[in-house]
Ligand binder design. Sequence first.
Ligand code: MG
Length: 163
Amino acid sequence: MRIGTGWDLHRLKEGRRLMLGGIQIPFHSGEEAHSDGDVLIHAIIDAILGAISLGDIGTHFPPSNTQYKDISSLILLEKTVDLLTESGYRIINLDTTIILQEPKLKPYIAAIREKLAKALTLDIDRISVKAKTKENVDATGEGKAIESMASVLIEEIDNSVWV
Ligand code: MG
C-alpha cells in the first residue's frame, strides 16, 4: 500500500463557474484558472500522482499547453487514473476536504461523491468529501479564494488471480 496527499488553491473570480468534483455549484463566483479550475479534482490528482511518486498536476498537464485550456478537470482525473493503473495500482479510498467561506456545500456533497465515484470507478462509500469554512480568516476566509485537500490510499493490483 502507498499513500498520497494533495492540496490546491484557486482565486475566486466573479462570473466564473464554480466547479467542484465535476459538479457546477450555483454561485456568483468561480475558480480563476487555465482549466475549469476544479480545485477539488486538482487536489485529488496531486494525491494520486504523489502516491505513485509521479510528480504533480503541473508536470503532466502544464498550463502552457493550450490543449488544457478550459478543459474539464474530470478528463484530467481520468488520465491520472490511467497512469495509476499503468503503474499497477488501484485506489482503496479517498478522503477530501474543501475549504471555502461560501456557499454552503452540504446540498451538493452527495452529487459530488457520485460524480467522483463514476470517474474513479470506485464504490461511493470509499469516497469522502467534507467541507468547512475558514472562520472568515485570511484570503480564503474573506471569500477571495477556495482550497482543497485530498488523501488517497492505494494498493498494488494483484494480478496473480488472472494467471
Ligand atoms: Mg489547480
